[in-house]
Design a binder for this molecule. Sequence first.
Ligand code: NAD
Length: 318
Amino acid sequence: MNWLVTGGAGYIGSHVVQAFREVGLGAVVLDDLSSGHAEFVPDDVPLIRGSILDTDLVAGTLAEHHVTGVVHLAGFKYAGVSVDRPLHTYEQNVTGTSHLLAAMATAGVDAIVFSSSAAVYGTPDTDLVTEQTATAPESPYGESKLIGEWLLRDQGRATGLRHTSLRYFNVVGSGSPTLYDSSPHNLFPLVLDALAAGRTPRINGDDYPTPDGTCVRDYVHVADLAVSHVAAAQALAGGRALEPVYNLGSGDGVSVRQIMTAMADATGIEFTPDVAPRRPGDPARIVASGALAARDLDWKMRHTLADMVASAWRAHTR
Ligand SMILES: NC(=O)c1ccc[n+]([C@@H]2O[C@H](COP(=O)([O-])OP(=O)(O)OC[C@H]3O[C@@H](n4cnc5c(N)ncnc54)[C@H](O)[C@@H]3O)[C@@H](O)[C@H]2O)c1
């Protein structure tokens, strides 16, 4: 029984492949390597280099590798950049998902786990986001993820496709020193890059209405996240009904300043972060309850914040 992991050469996808292997589930990766790394894919896992937009390639891969389900992580993930590149974002995330679903229908593959995002909520007016919180995306990226969820829902109604969408919050850390987040826009790689290069990390805005004035986010360890993909895949494979969406959030808020302190502790580098003005569009706080995922998807915080920072630093410096 094989699962196709689209985007399996990326940061989160490579951890999902690792988690599948740990429970003995077969994985095949399809990735165009636009932001992924071929070396993130283990030698004994087939890596098909190509795009989810190539319906024939995807349908052929599903048939050739006897795939029974798909974990769909491939996509363009930079919310800020998506504002300037809406068409690219929609093409990768909406057209790409639609083509993938078409290929699955052609090949008779009827189970999918989709990478969605906290970005579907925009700036929620609540201390703790739940799956009932209204969606109000504020970028083409967030919109494209919400449309991806709708595509799964509508295809499910039309064809019986079994599906669930996992809304990730801030995914950080490394489950292995060889796998890391190479995003040029996320807080962790930005701070680690600065420290490794002897520069002072920067906080964007310290005048938010939060306890220490810096933005509060919900950080989750990538290896914990990966385990829930296995649980979701196994549930769908076993015919167990899942919710259409789950928040993969910890319920705990951590401020950017607290992250800076944890970074100094983990790296042994003492620094006082520079403070720059706020970035437009950054909500003061976004923290989610992961209660539903804890009930259905073996979701729990197996790692502390110190683990998240230390593992990210180890992978970064390797
Ligand atoms: N990192 C986060 O904090 C976060 C939060 C919420 C949601 N997500 C979502 O999770 C998914 C994975 O994110 P990540 O952090 O691992 O990013 P990533 O950029 O490391 O991984 C994305 C992977 O998809 C591949 N890819 C992109 N477009 C493709 C296409 N058209 N065809 C085939 N492969 C393609 C890339 O080469 C890369 O390997 C993304 O869909 C992202 O939107 C990530």
